[in-house]
Design a protein around this ligand. Structure first.
Ligand code: SF4
Length: 949
């Protein structure tokens, strides 16, 4: 976009234009908010913003109606009726904060584990995580466990980065682009802008997705894969690349652990681990000197195949040989995987051949000398111009971790990670696992009135880092980092309510949640979850989950289940910090972060959640929020953003640091920092020198730049881990060969899922059901015009999608005599829903699907109980179980990936039966009251009506 002539702007409609950051989805585009007579009149894209270059989507412009939505909460609320009834009384902020402080203070002084603090689509995890750590509870996470932790964990453990906010395709140079499981709401404007560039250049786009909508609809080639089979397709492509010798061996030797020697000593505790020297350095076999030497030996020419004996006599083989042996197995041949994937063998062979042709025959070069971390000078950057992007479609399966690892392996084998034309890291990534913390939360890590001894979330290096007691019992309420889900790097929010209700592994006292609609579309087993929230202990008559504090800007379904509601502002009324400590807005060639600020004052008795956390931190006298005398350290959240330091000179924002505001990354706090951001369009951008822009994982100039910016204190190059030693350590524990040994109940599950090389296994729930009774798959996608449930109540966006039909493949319709508008029962092993169908042919022939999060509960979100969202809309969640059926030994696993605990939303199997016509989808639940005393809503909403003033 830069350099293109600009169209003239229309006449300003406003008295004033304020530049901030959109929050109608997670992309964080720059917006110009036009204000007239003290009201928001118009929102447009900011042409100077690096994320969207002026592009604004339907959601972004509809931010006006989000801001003026009748569903906004108006004041703090205290429950006045039974939980779930939605009956509340309005209270003052003083009373609300005193109540919260009393509840939380008692826990902190006695047993901080009794607070479970989980946040949903929150963009301030650098603050919320720090707050929870200072409080001292081990029970904190955000929503990644039910969103896409498989993407993040597999990416970081394999290449030190991941898709989405940690990397992007090289849109200007790529010559072939492949998407896996990406729905049209994902990475919305950046992806649309990028794909429009590809369209202009005639670059082919391939989309692998069971459903052909959105990006898949404009792709040149659509691969309508069967859900859950992506990993097998990818491994088959790898089989073809290896078979046809299309691997970038130089790249693989330089940047990966393909040459590291793996000990081959079955039945011993070292089997499958890397052979290491006395300084713990992995070893390779050097071909010129014919000696085993450390992997970092300068000038070494490592062997990728062979069998080599260590001095102590143990046999070893290089990782690459293990890979070749595994993936050249005929079971990965295109013909062998065609039935399971639903992709013809010829299409798989064609895909592999095209990837190889573009990567190797159309290689590109940027004439820029650079030096690698070993001191070797290179004349240019050589690129393999094939790029990939992936998202929840491959991630939200119980095999999603290994599938994502397989996709990164594919990228690495053709040499296309962080090269010109390939997938490129966005700072502060790449970061090796060694640069990530291990999780904290074991006994000894917490105690009354003390901060947790380290961060909650991280990456266990092996079973010794699990959060379990001596008997293997989980230390965390959600059972993250236990034998159930050892590498649950984002926690397991989807299990919190079920476990708190069961008192397993222990009961809690306060459940504190932010922006997470757990009583509706953010939970599996939705009806069961609502019941858990209202169940009482028979002996005491008290709720099984004694106290629930909830913060949200809108009257979502979850509000009805809270005891205390802390009403949040809209995104246009508060400060937010989109930080390099969290999930920034960097681009591959620039370090970037951003803020939101109150472009308009709240007209209700509401406060920004982050502001409330600063206040609560001070009231609870949490270290880091009060000084030595117990006085508040920060006036408000804005003050925190400017003055908080995570390490000396490193704060939430990287831009305009130092007393004069002329330092980036590191520097003293600058009292004018926020003013400088606002004057700059609410973002900060620092360009990465060209010499440092590629091969960041091994580029000396980039590593120096990263130290200068404060991402790390010394260079931290990343060696891509094609073979994962931490996974092998878990396997050895599962075999009983390595301490700590996995419990008997978990051994088979861990052994099967923790292959150190990327692997594929069928989605776990499929093993435990009679597939002929549930022959079809069922998945959801979010539409381009909506983002979670908060967008689907927006008066303008509702006009695009007011209800969600069930889309049924034509072949199934024909076989079962179904026509458009028929009503059906959709039945899973867990439940049944009655819905209206629509025939569709652009979908995998065994996959039924619908749009996500449009169906609403009657009375929620200030919608009329007769609104189509509530009467005809529906949720697939009612069909999804949170627990798999019991195994023979009685154990019930959560419906999650066994490695990361990621919720396996898309493993759902169903059957479909014609139903008698109906007027309403089923199930229906009691109508909710509008909480508090909000103004009445007119029948038809229009911008500028009386209730908005
Ligand atoms: S993609 Fe649309 S909704 Fe998302 S941040 Fe950008 S303008 Fe806002």
């Amino acid at each position: 976009m830069a350099g293109e002539p600009r169209l003239a702007l229309s006449e300003p409609v406003a008295d004033e234009v304020r530049k901030t950051t959109c929050y109608m989805c997670a992309c964080r585009c720059g917006i110009n908010v036009h204000l007239k007579d003290g009201k928001i009149r118009y929102i447009e894209g900011n042409r100077d913003h690096p994320v969207n270059r002026g592009v604004l989507c339907a959601k972004g412009s509809a931010g006006i109606m989000q801001h003026y939505a009748p569903a906004r909460l108006c004041a703090p609320l205290l429950r006045a009726g039974p939980r779930g009834s939605g009956e509340f009384k309005e209270i003052s902020w003083d009373e609300a904060l005193e109540t919260a402080t009393k509840w939380l203070g008692e826990i902190r002084a006695t047993d901080p584990r009794k607070l479970a603090f989980f946040t949903g689509r929150d963009q301030s995890q650098a603050l919320t995580g720090y707050w929870a750590q200072q409080f001292g509870t081990p029970n904190y996470a955000a929503h990644g466990g039910f969103c896409s932790v498989n993407m993040a964990a597999a990416g970081i453990m394999t290449i030190g980065g991941a898709f989405w906010e940690f990397g992007a395709p090289d849109w200007d140079r790529t010559k072939l682009f492949l998407l896996f499981g990406v729905a049209e709401d994902h990475d919305s404007n950046p992806l649309k802008i990028g794909m429009s560039k590809l369209k202009k250049r005639g670059v082919p786009i391939v989309s692998v997705n069971p459903v052909r909508t959105g990006y898949s609809a404009i792709a040149d080639h659509w691969v309508g894969i069967r859900p859950g089979a992506d990993g097998l397709l990818i491994l088959s492509i790898i089989h073809e690349l290896l078979r046809t010798h299309h691997v970038d061996l130089d790249y693989v030797r330089r940047y990966t652990n393909a040459s590291w020697l793996v000990i081959d000593a079955p039945g011993t505790p070292d089997h499958g681990l890397f052979a290491r020297d006395g300084k713990d350095k992995p070893l390779i076999y050097e071909q010129v000197t014919e000696r085993i030497v450390p992997a970092d030996t300068k000038g070494a020419h490592p062997a990728l195949s062979g069998r080599f004996r260590l001095q102590d006599g143990r046999a070893t083989v290089p990782v690459f040989q293990l890979m070749a042996e595994k993936y050249l197995d005929p079971k990965y041949a295109p013909k062998a995987v065609s039935d399971v994937t639903g992709v013809p063998a010829s299409a798989i062979r064609g895909l592999a051949a095209e990837i190889a042709r573009v990567a190797f025959d159309e290689a590109i070069e940027i004439d820029q000398p650079w030096t690698d971390v070993n001191g070797e000078r290179h004349a240019s950057f050589v690129g393999r111009p094939v790029s990939f992007h992936a998202m929840r479609g491959i991630s939200a399966h119980s095999n999603g971790f290994q599938t994502t690892r397989a996709l990164h392996l594919l990228q690495v084998l053709i040499g296309s990670v962080d090269c010109p034309g390939g997938f490129r890291f966005e700072p502060p990534y790449p970061k090796a696992v060694e640069a990530q913390p291990v999780p904290h939360g074991n006994a000894g890590d917490y105690a009354p009135n003390r901060p947790l001894s380290g961060p909650h979330l991280g990456f266990p290096r092996g079973p010794e880092d699990l959060l379990v007691d001596e008997d293997g019992k989980p230390a965390r309420l959600d059972k993250a980092f236990s034998w159930d889900a050892p590498i649950a790097a984002h926690g397991m929010m989807h299990m919190v309510i079920a476990n708190a209700h069961a008192g397993d592994p222990y009961p809690i006292d306060v459940l504190f949640m932010y922006m997470a609609n757990m009583a509706w579309n953010s939970s599996m087993n939705t009806a069961g979850t609502m019941k858990m929230l209202t169940d009482k202990d028979e002996a005491t008559g008290e709720y099984r989950i004694p106290k629930i504090i909830y913060s949200d800007a809108y009257s979502s379904e979850m509000v009805a289940y809270a005891d205390l509601v802390l009403p949040d502002t809209t995104y246009l009324e508060r400060y937010d910090c989109i930080s390099l400590l969290d999930r920034p807005i960097s681009e591959p060639d620039a370090v970037q972060d951003a803020i939101r600020w109150p472009v308009i004052k709240p007209d209700r008795d509401v406060r920004g959640f982050q502001e409330v956390m600063i206040d609560l931190g001070a009231r609870l006298k949490l270290p880091g929020f009060v000084d030595a005398e117990g006085a508040p350290l920060y006036k408000d959240y804005a003050d925190y953003i400017v003055r908080h330091e995570r390490k000396p000179g490193i704060g939430p924002l990287a831009g305009f640091r130092g007393e004069k505001g002329d330092q980036a990354g590191r520097g003293a706090a600058n009292p004018d920092q926020l003013k400088r951001y606002i004057a700059n369009g609410s973002f900060f951008s620092a360009h990465i020198p060209l010499e440092a822009q590629f091969f960041k994982h091994a580029n000396r100039a980039y590593q120096d730049f990263a130290v200068k910016m404060g991402f790390c204190d010394k260079p931290q190059p990343v060696t891509f881990q094609l073979y994962s030693e931490p996974l092998q350590k878990f396997r050895l524990s599962a075999e009983g060969l390595r301490e700590p040994v996995a419990p008997e109940t978990h051994r088979e599950r861990i052994f099967n899922a923790f292959d150190p090389l990327p692997d594929w296994y069928a989605p776990l729930s499929e093993e435990q059901i009679e597939k002929s009774s549930f022959p079809f798959h069922a998945v959801t996608q979010r539409p381009m015009a909506m983002y979670h449930s908060w967008g689907s109540m927006n008066a303008w966006l509702r006009q695009i999608h007011t209800r969600n039909p069930l889309f049924v493949p034509g072949a199934i319709c024909d076989a079962q005599g179904l026509e458009d508008g028929d009503w059906v029962w959709l039945i899973s092993p867990h439940g049944r829903i009655k819905v209206e169908i629509q025939r569709m042919d652009a979908v995998n022939k065994s996959t039924i699907w619908t749009w996500n999060a449009i169906g609403k509960r009657k009375g929620a979100w200030a919608l009329d109980p007769k609104a189509p969202e509530a009467t005809e809309g529906f949720l697939l969640n009612h069909l999804i179980t949170d627990l798999l059926p019991p195994k023979e030994n009685g154990v019930r696993w959560s419906n999650s990936d066994p490695v990361t605990g990621q919720a396996a939303w898309y493993d759902l199997r169903v059957r479909i039966e014609k139903a008698r016509g109906g007027e309403e989808s089923e199930p229906q639940f009691a109508t909710l009251h509008r909480p508090g005393h909000p103004p009445a809503v007119p029948d038809q909403l229009r911008y500028g009506q009386e209730w908005q003033k």
